[in-house]
Design a protein around this ligand. Structure first.
Ligand code: COA
Length: 195
């Protein structure tokens, strides 16, 4: 596939989903630093403190990958783009652009979680992904113990395709299952509205 005309932004009123830009590091640092306890169970990158400088380096890295079409990391901002509500992305873990397939990842900041935002963002990502992006298949994978993550995949209309049993290993030797969800463009939006 040739270079994409890259979609940059999805405006949903309540929130805006877009690529990170240089200067967004201050918002990323503020969002993750207040959310460590909420994120640490299932986000391996979470740490107690992430400086503005480190966050700025990350957002520039994300932007570079976006322009190079190697990974499409996205920020979820409030309507005025003054506050970061969480992060997401279309990740090329399923054969890449040539396969018209991506995996969606997501985290929502602690003080915005549990109010339906994750479900609304995932629903918006399906709408954006299947209209302005080339995706024909969008996947969602999560730790089987992550009940909130499983629930939002179900509410957004993704189908559980299987469970990879004992797929991942923790440092203490325990193993956990990966739940694999996906939705096809050919089934959207009919499947999503049943979710
Ligand atoms: C997972 C996450 C993105 C969901 O976003 P959210 O805004 O909290 O999700 P919503 O409020 O839209 O929906 C959460 C659903 O999970 C349910 N839920 C949450 N915790 C639960 C638990 N421990 N047991 C059972 N259900 C639970 C909620 O009740 C809700 O379902 P309902 O609407 O049927 O009541 C968010 O919680 C998060 O960022 N978690 C930490 C990072 C993470 O795990 N990311 C996903 C990696 S795959």
């Amino acid at each position: 596939m040739g270079l994409l005309v890259l979609p940059e932004k999805y405006i949903a009123g309540e929130f805006v989903i877009r690529s990170y830009f240089p200067g967004d590091g201050v918002l990323l640092s503020e969002a993750v630093n207040g959310s460590y306890d909420h994120l640490k169970a299932f986000m391996p990158w979470a740490k107690p403190y992430q400086s503005v400088e480190e966050s700025e380096h990350l957002v520039r890295h994300f932007r570079g990958n976006y322009l190079l079409e190697t990974d499409f990391v996205l920020g979820i901002f409030d309507g005025e783009e003054r506050r970061l509500l969480g992060g997401s992305g279309f990740h090329l873990r399923e054969g890449g652009l040539d396969n018209c397939s991506a995996e969606i990842g997501m985290w929502i900041r602690a003080d915005a979680a549990g109010n339906g935002l994750g479900t609304r963002v995932l629903t918006a990502l399906l709408a954006w992904g299947f209209t302005e992006w080339p995706w024909e298949r969008l996947a969602w994978r999560c730790d089987g113990r992550n009940l909130a993550s499983r629930r939002i995949a179900e509410k957004a209309g993704l189908a559980l395709e299987g469970v990879l049993r004992g797929h991942c290993r923790l440092k203490d030797g325990t193993r956990w299952d990966t739940f694999c969800y996906a939705i096809l463009k050919s089934a959207w939006p009919a499947q999503a509205t049943r979710g």
